[in-house]
Design a protein around this ligand. Structure first.
Ligand SMILES: [Zn+2]
Length: 403
């Protein structure tokens, strides 16, 4: 982020296959990659030590935003918020979403009067987006796609990028391209997982190969400034267990930074990201690991049937770091048809649709998609026996009775 080259390794999690590499055949041999966490000695930015190529990660992607009702609502509020602060008088301002997934956010922008265009490298998602009448360029966000947008639609008034900036190795070129694409009074808004929340909430399972960067506001402000932007707003948002939405505009634009920017800066200066802080984070993960896995083993030895709910990408890190295998968990239930019938990366646990499961037979639901725990419990509690239990591993290990 600062262009420095003095990196130190803070800790390393267990190597895993790619977090979204769900397989069709349980006998597939999957390559594992290191998960080393490095910190920049100059700016405190935290990033992975090993970069897996974007082509390998994102050309076929199984995470579709639209499958989660929580995200649809989140994006609805998001689009309205951006519209409320945008200082552009146009009938149809243009919103471009980088990594537009299945078009869920752009659909919300379209409904409130924007012209919209997505940029999405995953072919399967670009196709879903087109079926939903959201136009998309099926490519990475690079100079070529930016030129194509300007030539056909003109400059963008809003550029959004949600849970994609942490995925990009050459973020500098993406920011430069965003600068070329954005109109003078346009807004660049992105959501990234917030390192402060990851550390406070022990959200280590959000560390996987797609997430190259673990952002804090201070390094981001410097980085954006280097590239002609100023940060005008920072909001803490709840998606993925703790993210920030950073809104920035061109330096010469008329937007004034909100007080929240200064609040984040003060907080981060008071409690800086250091190697020691990262080390103690790692120690805490190991303590939780023994608590949770010992509990699961006790249940298994008592003959309980344990099933996981939710096969998000973060399951891969959680299961590998904790050593959770098919010996402990019989199967995983997931609501995404894209994942049903496949096996989890590395651990090769079958993924089933809720409709094909006999809930009467289950003693323990381990909620691997813990950020959706309340809605998952609400959805299935009636189907389960009264003596079944829920285990929520993070952000705090909890056992919840189904009564
Ligand atoms: Zn740095």
């Amino acid at each position: 982020m600062c262009g420095g080259n003095s990196l130190s390794q803070a800790f390393a999690l267990k190597p895993t296959p790619l977090a979204n590499e769900f397989v069709k055949d349980m006998n597939t041999i999957q390559k594992e990659y290191p998960l080393e966490i490095n910190i920049c000695d100059d700016c405190g930015h935290v990033q992975l030590g090993h970069v897996v190529s974007g082509e390998l990660l994102f050309s076929n992607y199984l995470y579709a935003s639209g499958t989660s009702k929580v995200f649809v609502h989140h994006f609805n509020v998001y689009a309205k918020y951006i519209k409320s602060i945008l200082k552009i008088n146009k009938d149809k301002p243009l919103a471009v979403d980088i990594g537009s997934n299945d078009g869920t956010l752009l659909k919300e922008f379209k409904e409130i009067g924007f012209d919209v265009l997505g940029v999405e490298p995953a072919k399967n998602l670009a196709e879903i987006s087109m079926q939903n009448s959201i136009d998309v360029i099926n490519d990475f966000f690079n100079q070529g796609s930016v030129e194509k947008i300007i030539a056909t639609k003109g400059k963008a008034d809003v550029i959004t990028a949600n849970n994609v900036f942490a995925h990009i190795d050459d973020l500098r070129s993406v920011i430069k391209n965003s600068f070329s694409l954005l109109s003078d009074d346009g807004l660049l808004a992105f959501e990234v997982s917030y390192l402060g929340s990851v550390l406070e909430g022990l959200l280590f399972d959000t560390i996987y190969h797609e997430h190259l960067d673990y952002h804090s506001v201070l390094p981001l402000i410097g980085f954006l400034k280097d590239n002609g932007f100023k940060v005008i707003d920072v909001l803490l948002v709840e998606s993925h267990g703790g993210s920030i939405r950073v809104i920035s505009s061109k330096q010469q634009s008329h937007y004034k930074p909100s007080e929240s920017v200064e609040k984040f800066v003060t907080q981060e200066k008071e409690k800086p990201i250091t190697k020691e802080r990262l080390n103690s984070f790692y120690e805490k993960i190991q303590i939780e690991k023994s608590k949770i896995t010992n509990y699961l083993k006790t249940l298994k030895e008592a003959g309980k049937k344990i099933v996981a709910y939710g096969a998000p990408a973060k399951l891969t890190t959680l299961f590998h770091e904790f050593g959770i295998t098919s010996e402990l968990v019989d199967f995983v239930i997931d609501d995404s048809p894209l994942k049903q019938g496949l096996f989890t990366p590395g651990s090769h646990i079958p993924i089933l649709a809720a409709s094909s499961v006999d809930f009467n037979d289950i003693d323990v639901i381990f909620i691997s998609a813990w950020n959706f725990a309340p809605s998952i419990i609400e959805k299935i509690k009636e189907k389960l026996r009264k003596d079944a239990i829920f285990i929520v591993p993070l952000p705090k290990f909890e056992v919840i009775n189904n009564e």
